[in-house]
Design a protein around this ligand. Structure first.
Ligand SMILES: *Cc1c(COP(=O)(O)O)cnc(C)c1O
Length: 234
């Protein structure tokens, strides 16, 4: 496959992110881009590394396992953004630099135990469910205050902010309401003394709305790497 389009895509995404920042009256330096390399192989990620990218989002721990070996020389920070089963905590503790999909107490406990065994600490974001769709993972908003308080006991988990996926909708107002809710939950938690500078929200199809609502990080797959094969067709 020819991936010379990667650099052009990356430049285009950065330009559109900067544009969305200016439209929202924000400094483009406040918003980073997390390239999401899921379903793309190690050779594609290596090309992105050659362009200067060193942090990649993956939604399956198995893919981090598969790619981290051949890319061991690249100094990549792997970021887990997908639903995590507790039985994957050991691999995460070994291989990941960050988890953005922390969404329940048992997972926090499992990650902490495995990180202690590795003598490591990682950054985490709490994934909150801001959409009413059945299929979306994430902590129910009402449980966020208690969950954040409970995380204080885990010194291996450095809680840095919140993450969400917006609802699937044709209506920008509905999507934007999800992002607004995440920001308001963050503001409320900060008012209670939690330091949560980061808001990870927005993907290829909706990132300008997320930036308008205060995203500090957008997670971009398709717009950088291209279309992913449909599940089952590989
Ligand atoms: C795949 C994925 C993304 C990126 O989605 P695109 O639409 O390809 O940009 C972002 N966040 C999560 C949690 C994902 O699983």
């Amino acid at each position: 496959m020819d991936h010379s389009h990667l650099a052009a895509n990356w430049a285009d995404v950065r330009r559109r992110v900067d544009e969305a920042c200016r439209a929202a009256g924000r400094d483009p330096a406040e918003v980073s881009i997390l390239p999401v390399s899921k379903t793309f192989g190690a050779e594609v990620v290596r090309e992105a590394v050659a362009m200067g990218l060193h942090r990649f989002g993956e939604n399956k721990v198995q893919e981090i396992r598969d790619k981290s070996g051949p890319l061991a020389d690249c100094g990549i920070a792997w970021v887990v953004i997908g639903h995590l089963q507790t039985n994957k905590a050991k691999d995460v503790a070994r291989l990941a630099s960050e988890v953005q999909s922390l969404d329940r107490p048992e997972l926090a406990e499992a990650l902490h135990r495995r990180l202690q065994a590795e003598a490591r600490a990682i950054d985490v974001l709490v994934q909150v469910k801001t959409s009413s769709e059945e299929s979306k993972y994430g902590l129910p908003p009402a449980e966020l205050p208690g969950f954040l308080d409970s995380l204080a006991r885990y010194d291996s988990l450095r809680v840095r902010g919140l993450m969400t996926l917006a609802t699937h909708s044709e209506d920008p107002a509905e999507i934007r309401a999800c992002f607004r809710q995440l920001r308001e939950l963050r503001d409320a938690a900060q008012a209670r003394g939690h330091e949560l500078p980061r808001l990870s929200m927005g993907m290829s199809g909706d990132f300008p709305l997320a930036i308008a609502e205060g995203a500090t990080e957008v997670r971009i797959g398709t717009a950088i790497f291209g279309r992913r094969p449909a599940p089952g067709s590989a």
